[in-house]
Structures are given as structure tokens and as C-alpha cells.
Design a protein around this ligand. Structure first.
Ligand SMILES: Cc1ncc(C[n+]2csc(CCOP(=O)(O)OP(=O)(O)O)c2C)c(N)n1
Ligand SMILES: *[C@@H]1O[C@H](CO)[C@@H](O)[C@H](O)[C@H]1NC(C)=O
Ligand SMILES: *[C@@H]1O[C@H](CO)[C@@H](O)[C@H](O)[C@H]1NC(C)=O
Ligand SMILES: [Mg+2]
Length: 568
């Protein structure tokens, strides 16, 4: 009779569920789980902080539609992963976290790293459980993987007590649980589709909003056909970028505020009316806007705005239904409307302002100049990871995406620190699928700091990620080295230094060279271009461009602040 350990059962169950990657940090009691995972054919990526490991595992879930696994030790290891679970849940990305916990016979006794882990994870996940026996492991792992993907995707947690890791059972006593299929596809009600078409046909100023749900749902082909057949203008949400290319003629992202404010009908595809879309309410939207809401989660319908039509179902399937109806109907929104003219006019005016800023070549550079030159050199098919405040917001408008699921950023939760984990995940997936696509990680200097040590992980696995730190010496803005020196002379910096400041001209590039990657200190346009070209030509190791910009550089004047607050 063949005996198997708990560690083997977990690893084999994950493998059976087609989990390709595991990110984690080992220690008591889960070293054996990581080794068993490798033996089972799972790729194990050792990270430097569980938060980044969990970010990476969830990004694999978003990119592939199948969750990555995150393996953590008991107590503090699991606590670090909670940030990643919360972020995944907010983004609706599938991830499965496996946490070791203390031995069952020491529970409540003050065991090493004892913590109520199953309970703790409940607020951060869709499903949190500990298998009641070794025999139950395959079915609990299957349930965790299935729950992470079915319905609205999210985080799931499986707890394994230390004593279960090395305990053994006879394999013949363990029920075989097969791989769970991709989620079943649901269609919207046909009468609702007819209603939606009639609302669209009545629109004077229609707008399609493409969310990351449409990206996750792989709606790109049907959606392109729908937009082209119907002639509708669209804007993407930040991670909806690339579902249709940013340079598609129907993309009106450069007139986003105008489009949101004046649209009379919005076709909302896999996007929520949360803070990113200003709740769908005035002052950013017309109070009478009719929303055709497409979502796979019934509970989402009517959040903040009661939809004129609710289309419940798989976004790709529903877009296909809409496409068929539009085709049958023969309707097309005309191009020679006042709405299209107004949008085009606004796009041209905004482009002029950005271009003027981009063409400045003074040293230190501003954000727009930096992004202008980066955008000219980046390959069109690269994965762009980005985080920061100004860095992320300005970068989003200046760096185009042409492919779906090729932009990863701070997301719904606005989490700083996700960038390097996401980049490691994207580079691992690209390497495994041999796509020849580059991963570029555009980071604010503050954002970079949260998970900065993951450059060692990139160097260790030879992942050719290009990190560009847009360094303004601080959070939103900073001070120049001279001012900093003056301030230091004036007294205790903890009472004087503005809370936004970070060390001026910090050498983030040397963090990369410390581990054998390429590092560049960049001050001018010429240095930026040459460093980026060199980095792009090197497929053997990661690079970091430390781009020193004007610490006072800012966003161009906005019509509305980025964050809608209540008027108290
Ligand atoms: C985990 C977390 N902590 C803190 C914040 C608050 N916060 C928002 S943006 C940001 C950093 C912005 O600075 P940087 O990354 O340097 O970008 P910049 O605006 O300077 O270009 C911080 C700390 C956050 N969003 N997430
Ligand atoms: C496995 O089965 C064999 C034979 O029935 C038995 O001797 C052994 O104790 C079992 N092992 C476990 C771990 O249950
Ligand atoms: C990005 O797309 C916009 C909108 O179509 C276009 O005007 C701009 O030239 C594109 N930028 C690059 C670098 O391709
Ligand atoms: Mg900064």
C-alpha cells in the first residue's frame, strides 16, 4: 500500500486542479508542501514577502483565468498574505492561499505562531476552511480552486495544520477528485437584450465603458465586433485598457471626463460604479443617465445607480448576444453626430496640452516628457505594470495598451506595493507561454519601496523585467537635494520634513545592481532613451532605470479632482 503525506496531497490536488504556479515563503510547517509542489510539477517561486507572493498569485489568476497558489507559514506569514487576499477580492481575481498553522494538539496553548487563521481569512476571502482530515484534502482544494473562479472570482483560503503536513494515509483511502472545469457560462434574458438594444437606439450620446471584468472574461473579440458594428464610442477603465486597443478609432479615453458627464446612455461592461467611475452620479455623470449594466454578479446590479436594463451573465456571452441583436437589427450609431464632434474636439484639445508638456526637454524632466519617450520605445505588445499616484495616473494616459490583460495596476483597492509581484507573475506567465513579450514595471519611487526587495527575486529567476522608477523624491511630490540639506540643518527632520518626502535622488538603481541586474541613473532624455533601449535588448536579466524628475512636476490642470469626495 502506498502512503502519502498531507504535503503531497495538497501539492497533487493543486496540480490536478491545473494550478501552474505557487508563490510563497517557506518555513515551519510548510517547507515540505513547497518541495512536494515542485515534485508534482508545479513551478515554485520563492518571494521575499508574503504580500508580494499573494499579489503575484492573484495576478496569475487574472492573466490565465486559473488561480495561482500562495503558500505561507503560520501566524505572521498568513497575516502578511491578508493584504494580497484583500486586494484580490477587491479586484475580483482568483487566488488560492495555502497556510500552514500550528499543530492541532497545541491549539489554545500558545503554540509557535498560533493564530485563528481560518477565522482571520474570512473577511478577506470567499471561502476559508481547514480540511477535517487528510482524506478530505483533495476535495477541499478543489472547492477552493472552484470557488475562486466561479461566480465573482476572488480569494480562497485553505488551512493545513502542521501535524497534517507530515501525517500519512494510504492513498487508496483518498477519494480521487478530478479537475474542475472552467465556470459554466450564463446568458442574459432575451427580453432584456431586446430592451437594451431599444435603449441604445434611443441614445443621443451613448458611451461604452469597458471594465477589467471584460478583460478577465475574455470578451475582446466579440466586443471589438460590437463596437465596430454599432459605431459606439468607448472608454476603458484603468485595467480595461487594451481589451480594445487604446488607439482604436472609437476610443474616446482622452475625453474621459466629457464623455462620462454628457453620456445619456452608458453600456457598462464588467465594470462597477465605484470610486473609479465616480459612483455613476453627479457631478461626474448626468443625473438622468440610463445605464445598461452587464455583470456576472446579480448583487452588483443597482449599486449606486438603478440600471435601465440589467443584463446578468458572462460578459463575453452577453456581448455576443448584443452583437447578434445589433447585426439582425442593422442599427448603427451614426458618426456624423454632434456627440462625436464634441468628443473629437475635446480629444484634440487635450492632446495638444499633453504634447506641449511632453516636448519639454528641460532637466530635470517632467512626467509627460518621461512617458512620451518611454511610449515611443516600448514594444506594442508589452505588459505594462504600474503604480504610484502621479506616476500611475499620468502613465495611464500616456502609455498605450493594444492587448487585453496587458495592464496591471493598483486597481480597485488602490494598493501600493503590488507592482513587483504583478511583474514577477506576468514575466513567469510570459516565460511559460513563450510569448516573447516584455514586462515593464513603471513605479513611483514610493510605490517601488513597498516591495522593492523583490528585485532579488527577479534576479534569482532571471526574469527580464524592466523597472522604471519615476523618481520625484516623494509621495505625490518631493524636495530637491539642496532644500533637503537646508532642512536637515534647521533641526530634527521628523518635525520639519514634509510627510510626503523621501530621500532625494535615492539610488534605487543600485538595489538592482546589488543582485546582478542592470541599473541606470537617468537624468536626461538621451540617457532615458539609451538606457531603455539597452534594457529592451537584454533578455537575460532585469533592469532598473532610476529616472530623476523634477520633484515639483505635477499633473496638468484637471477639470475634476481624481477622487470624488462628499461635500461635507
Ligand atoms: C498600501 C498603501 N499605502 C499607502 C497608500 C497611500 N498612497 C497613495 S499613492 C502613494 C505613493 C505615491 O508616490 P509615488 O509612488 O512616488 O508616486 P508619485 O505620485 O510620486 O509619482 C501612497 C503612499 C496606498 N495607496 N497604499
Ligand atoms: C496502510 O495500510 C496498511 C495495510 O492495510 C497498514 O498496515 C498501514 O498501517 C496503513 N497506513 C496508514 C498510514 O494508515
Ligand atoms: C496612443 O493612442 C493615442 C490615441 O489613439 C494616439 O493619439 C497616440 O499617438 C498613441 N501613442 C503612441 C505612442 O502610439
Ligand atoms: Mg514619487
Amino acid at each position: 500500500m502506498e502512503e502519502v503525506t498531507g504535503a503531497q496531497l495538497i501539492a497533487e490536488a493543486l496540480k490536478t486542479q491545473n494550478v501552474e504556479f505557487m508563490f510563497g515563503i517557506v518555513g515551519v510547517p510548510i517547507i515540505e508542501v513547497a518541495m512536494a509542489a515542485q515534485a508534482a510539477g508545479i513551478k515554485y517561486v520563492g518571494m521575499r514577502n508574503e504580500q508580494a507572493a499573494c499579489y503575484a498569485a492573484s495576478a496569475v489568476g487574472y492573466l490565465t483565468g486559473r488561480p495561482g497558489a500562495c503558500l505561507v507559514v503560520s501566524g505572521p506569514g498568513l497575516i502578511h498574505a491578508l493584504g494580497g487576499m484583500a486586494n484580490a477580492n477587491m479586484n475580483c481575481w482568483p487566488v488560492v492561499v495555502i497556510g500552514g498553522s500550528s499543530d492541532q494538539n497545541q491549539e489554545t496553548a500558545g503554540a509557535f505562531q498560533e493564530f485563528p487563521q481560518v477565522e482571520a481569512c474570512r473577511l478577506y476571502s470567499k471561502f476559508s476552511a481547514r480540511p477535517g482530515s487528510l482524506e478530505a484534502i483533495p476535495s477541499v482544494v478543489e472547492k477552493a480552486v472552484r470557488t475562486s473562479m466561479y461566480g465573482r472570482p476572488g480569494a480562497c483560503y485553505v488551512d493545513i495544520s502542521g501535524d497534517m503536513v507530515n501525517a500519512k494515509v494510504n492513498r487508496s483511502n483518498v477519494r480521487v477528485v478530478s479537475c474542475c472545469p472552467p465556470p459554466p457560462v450564463s446568458l442574459a434574458d432575451n427580453t432584456a437584450i431586446t430592451e437594451a438594444i431599444s435603449v441604445l437606439k434611443g441614445a443621443k450620446r451613448p458611451l461604452v465603458i469597458i471594465g477589467k471584468g471584460a478583460a478577465y472574461g475574455r470578451a475582446e473579440s466579440a466586443l471589438r465586433a460590437l463596437v465596430e458594428v454599432s459605431g459606439l464610442p468607448f472608454i476603458p477603465t484603468p485595467m480595461g485598457k487594451g481589451v480594445l486597443p487604446d488607439n482604436h478609432p472609437n476610443c474616446v479615453a482622452a475625453a474621459r471626463s466629457r464623455a462620462l458627464l454628457q453620456a445619456d446612455v452608458v453600456l457598462l461592461l464588467g465594470a462597477r460604479l465605484n470610486w473609479i467611475l465616480h459612483f455613476g452620479l453627479p457631478p461626474r455623470f448626468d443625473p438622468h443617465v440610463k445605464v445598461i449594466q452587464v455583470d456576472l454578479c446579480a448583487e452588483e446590479m443597482g449599486n449606486n445607480v438603478r440600471p435601465a436594463v440589467a443584463l446578468l451573465g458572462d460578459v463575453n456571452a452577453v456581448v455576443t448576444q448584443l452583437l447578434e441583436s445589433v447585426r439582425k437589427d442593422g442599427w448603427k450609431y451614426p458618426f456624423n453626430t454632434e456627440w462625436w464632434s464634441a468628443l473629437k474636439e475635446k480629444i484634440a484639445a487635450n492632446a495638444k496640452i499633453s504634447k506641449a508638456l511632453a516636448l519639454q526637454s528641460a532637466v530635470p524632466m517632467n512626467y509627460y516628457t518621461v512617458f512620451h519617450h518611454i511610449s515611443q520605445l516600448l514594444p506594442g505588445d508589452c505588459v505594462i505594470v504600474s503604480e504610484g499616484a502621479n506616476t500611475m495616473d499620468i502613465g495611464r494616459t500616456m502609455l498605450n495598451n493594444s492587448l487585453p490583460r496587458h495592464r496591471l495596476d493598483a486597481g480597485t483597492f488602490g494598493t501600493m506595493g503590488v507592482g513587483l509581484g504583478f511583474a514577477i507573475a506576468a514575466a513567469s506567465v510570459e516565460k511559460s507561454q513563450n510569448t516573447g513579450r516584455r514586462v515593464v514595471c513603471v513605479e513611483g519611487d514610493s510605490a517601488f519601496g513597498f516591495s522593492g526587495m523583490e528585485v532579488e527575486t527577479m534576479c534569482r529567476y532571471n526574469l527580464p523585467v524592466i523597472i522604471i522608477v519615476v523618481n520625484n523624491n516623494g509621495i505625490y511630490s518631493g524636495v530637491d537635494p539642496e532644500t533637503w540639506k537646508e532642512m536637515a540643518k534647521m533641526g530634527d527632520l521628523t518635525t520639519i520634513a514634509p510627510p510626503v518626502t523621501l530621500l532625494p535622488e535615492a539610488r534605487y538603481d543600485e538595489v538592482m545592481t546589488a543582485f546582478g541586474g542592470r541599473g541606470f541613473l537617468v537624468r536626461t532624455v538621451e540617457e532615458l532613451r539609451s538606457a531603455l533601449k539597452l534594457s529592451l535588448s537584454d533578455w537575460e536579466r532585469p533592469s532598473l532605470l532610476n529616472v530623476l524628475i523634477d520633484p515639483a512636476s505635477d499633473r496638468k490642470q484637471q477639470e475634476f479632482p481624481w477622487l470624488t469626495r462628499s461635500n461635507l
